[in-house]
Design a protein around this ligand. Sequence first.
Ligand code: NAP
Length: 281
Amino acid sequence: MKLFGVVGFPIGHSSSPAMMNAAFREQGEDAVYVPFAVKPEQFEQAFNGLAALGAVGVNVTIPHKVSAFNWVDQRTPEATSVGAVNTIRFSDDGAIGHNTDVSGWWRSVADHVPTGNPTIEIVGAGGAAMAVLAAISANRPNASVGVIARREEAVQALQHRFIDTIAIDFVPWDVRNEALANANVVIQTTPIGMWPRVDDSPVTDAGVFSPGQVVQDIIYRPRVTNFAKLAMDGGATVVDGLSMLVYQGVDAYEWWLGKKAPVESMFRAVEEHLGTERRES
Ligand code: NAP
């Protein structure tokens, strides 16, 4: 039996075991995907142990993505572009680190992002924003990109990382409404509005949004955030955050196994898992 898993701390709420085990069942794979709660001080022991046990691959989540980047023997261009690893494949040549937040985010929105040089505004300047920027630099290098943040230093760090690929404007938090109103594509990457603070939103006025815009809130708990509701009210096309979650898993599955993933089953498994969580919380 092939061993896969997800390593993080805490890990109890992860939808990945439900999603991946559903995919294995659907395709008749003799494989299992296990959640591993590993504290930061036990990182090396745990990852060396997984390699020694013959694990085929693992996902890596908070707080281990940067440690995993430093630990692996080789890195894919996606991992190098963000300096973080969320997927590892163990091989005879050592551990290879990849980042499917980059490719998974792109798959979740690609059909909706205009070609050429669209104006893209990103709300937030953390780890998820970095994955989004890496995908934009690879797929829409001529886009006009703004990052809306409360701290300019955070945006300067992103400008520095992507200095050779895309120009990024810093947009102060106070003028976010105007920047959002002028964007073709808006990606919300802060935790504002995430369960349990579901009444919060980075903006409070649906008039910011308009038909023709594409808006994604990458939060998936709740499935539809207040920010997404306002965008719908304004007439924008809305893409949910659950699709990013599923596609980062789809890309990991396909990279590990070298075959197409059962995307529909994976969506269903995550939707069911999040529904169960809601009933329990
Ligand atoms: P992170 O690295 O901590 O970054 C969060 C960003 O949001 C930072 O720029 C932070 O600014 C900003 N922020 C937080 N609270 C704010 C506030 N009240 N006002 C203004 N800015 C605020 O977190 P992350 O890893 O990027 O994750 C962010 C969110 O994305 C989480 O909700 C996570 O669940 C979600 N996510 C979803 C997926 C998916 O697959 N759908 C994948 C990854 C992440 P400061 O630096 O100033 O605090």
